[in-house]
Write a protein that binds this ligand. Structure first.
Ligand SMILES: C[C@@]1(CC(=O)O)C2=NC(=C\c3[nH]c(c(CCC(=O)O)c3CC(=O)O)Cc3[nH]c(c(CC(=O)O)c3CCC(=O)O)/C=C3\N/C(=C\2)[C@@H](CCC(=O)O)[C@]3(C)CC(=O)O)/[C@H]1CCC(=O)O
Ligand SMILES: NC(=O)c1ccc[n+]([C@@H]2O[C@H](COP(=O)([O-])OP(=O)(O)OC[C@H]3O[C@@H](n4cnc5c(N)ncnc54)[C@H](O)[C@@H]3O)[C@@H](O)[C@H]2O)c1
Length: 192
């Protein structure tokens, strides 16, 4: 059988988690952008001895972002649940990954699949609908292309259908199996 993608996608309530981003440069900006564009209340703490202007300009309007202006210390991991390493210091990333393992923290080392417990995905968003795309680390660029393609072909009106379905779902009576039958019937024509 051909190779399969064994990653399991979950949709994190990122505003309920404490996230540490180590580094404040281009890659930090890219990863923070990925999180904040999905949830502007994401609780991000950055630690870095130097922050790029672009990073500072981007994060300044987000209420839950904190900046610590010095080199990483192991104590920065206290109270954190997710850690994203974005510096230009591979040795530091290996050390942080080990510290995270000892504390059972989920760690992503940007652009370094071997050190990641999870990958960031490409995200398609149409109102309440969200699709996460993974290429199993094979090609983030192709993931970006697939995102653009899906963004074009999924109609904006899908969000109206979702709102209508929510109302119907709340009004339906009957036992669970009967509800599923009715919901399947109503949604038959939505995706053709
Ligand atoms: C989805 C997205 C999320 C995000 O980061 O926001 C993401 N990378 C994005 C873009 C992107 N990254 C890179 C380029 C330059 C072109 C290229 O190299 O292809 C571009 C394209 C661009 O920027 O246009 C460089 C790169 N990335 C990785 C490596 C190392 C390697 O593969 O070995 C290298 C080489 C570094 C070097 O040269 O040394 C690895 C990872 N990048 C991942 C995620 C994870 C796998 C996701 C998947 O399964 O597809 C994984 C495994 C880990 C992680 O970082 O979480 C985001 C899409 C943005 C969008 O949707 O618009
Ligand atoms: N820029 C890109 O798009 C890109 C693409 C692929 C790979 N990379 C690689 O990713 C790495 C980061 O790139 P970048 O462009 O974001 O670099 P950058 O210079 O913009 O940022 C590096 C950040 O790491 C911080 N840092 C350094 N030592 C630290 C420490 N001890 N504790 C905390 N923070 C520390 C710096 O203060 C800075 O904020 C580099 O190794 C680069 O080669 C970058």
């Amino acid at each position: 059988m051909s190779e399969t993608n064994k990653l399991f996608p979950i949709f994190l309530k990122i505003s309920q988690l404490e996230v540490l981003i180590v580094g404040g440069g281009n890659v930090a900006l890219e990863k923070a952008g990925a999180l904040l564009n999905n949830c502007e209340e994401a609780k991000l703490t950055f630690v870095a001895p130097f922050f790029r202007e672009e990073t500072l300009a981007f994060v300044k309007d987000f209420p839950e972002v904190k900046l610590i202006n010095r080199a990483f210390l192991p104590s920065d991991l206290e109270g954190k649940q997710v850690v994203i390493c974005t510096t230009d210091m591979p040795e530091l990333h290996r050390e942080i990954k080990q510290l995270c393992e000892a504390k059972n923290l989920l760690c992503n080392v940007a652009d370094t699949p071997d050190l990641c417990d999870f990958y960031l995905g490409s995200v398609v968003q149409k109102g309440n609908l969200k699709l996460g795309i993974s290429t199993n680390g094979k090609s983030p660029t192709l993931a970006k292309r697939i995102k653009a393609y899906l963004n074009d072909i999924i109609p904006d009106e899908i969000d109206i259908s979702l709102d209508q379905m929510e109302k119907v779902r709340k009004q339906l009576k009957g036992d669970f199996q009967e509800k599923i039958k009715q919901l399947n019937e109503i949604t038959k024509g939505v995706v053709k």
